[in-house]
Design a protein around this ligand. Sequence first.
Ligand code: MF3
Ligand code: CO
Ligand code: CO
Length: 324
Amino acid sequence: MELAPDVLPASNDPCWCGSGRKYKRCHKGLEGRIQPGIISPMRSVPSTIARPPYADTGQVPPINESRIKSPDVIARMRIAGKIGADILRLAGEFVKPGITTDDIDVYVHDLCIANNSYPSPLNYHGYPKSVCTSVNEVICHGIPDSRVLQDGDIVNLDVTAYVNGVHGDTNATFAVGTISQEDQDLIRITEECLWKGIEAVAPGQPLSDIGRAIETHAKKHHLGVVRAFIGHGIGENFHTDIQVLHYYDARNNMILRPGMTFTIEPMITLGTWQHRTWDDDWTAVTTDGKRTAQFEHMLLVTDSGVEVFTGGDGAVSPCAPWLR
Ligand code: MF3
Ligand code: CO
Ligand code: CO
């Protein structure tokens, strides 16, 4: 957006942006919020790379996939998870002030191709880019565009690679240059929330144990838990029917069984958990404009506990500090 002036108008005076509307009906309270930039044309993927069913049409076919995966699917998901995690780590190292989120999209797109994988977000329900880049108060599904990353921003990169017929989905929030102590704490506690959720995974336990562990940790630090976006079953399809709430709800009572695969991806806020969606129908932001962070891992329920497909050597978060 245009730069706001140093001295802001009174509520009932004309807005500084020149719209002719009263300031209070226009930009009041929105200074400093993320504004949509320009979205570049959709990128293409070489025809030598295997494509998911929605790649050409944007239409996602009905899902018919077992909740319990075969050893073959599990082996392929382990590989897709490792590729997703490697790309996420490299993309995180690429983050710096002065680049655009579209630059990140080019980088991730090309890394997927270099790893013989299709960037799962591209044309998924029509999503126009190869990665989600969610800056500051953007909760999730931010579309890479011409916005330049500023020193002090935080940005979540959500990478998913489709390879050997399965998806590997993982995300993390990164600092752009030097960030505030409050933002550092938000990022750290959000990653802790993810690992608290992962530690709650065990065969025979209800799914709701995960949300309870996450919500308890967030509440202890007086942070909000976004409710509208949830973790999901995953495998040969990007999103399957398992629903992983990040807060406690006794109705989320499916029993975890060995062979189930899903993500946990809590979005934690400095203020409200309520969101609103931009006119692009994707970008979800906090209604109060306060910042939010997210971390995501894709995992398998095993006979004895859990295997984190996206958390191995070289991942952004190789292991929860207290599990080492
Ligand atoms: N990777 C996201 C998730 O964790 C989904 C992105 S869907 C997209 O579920 F279309 F926005 F890419
Ligand atoms: Co994701
Ligand atoms: Co996911």
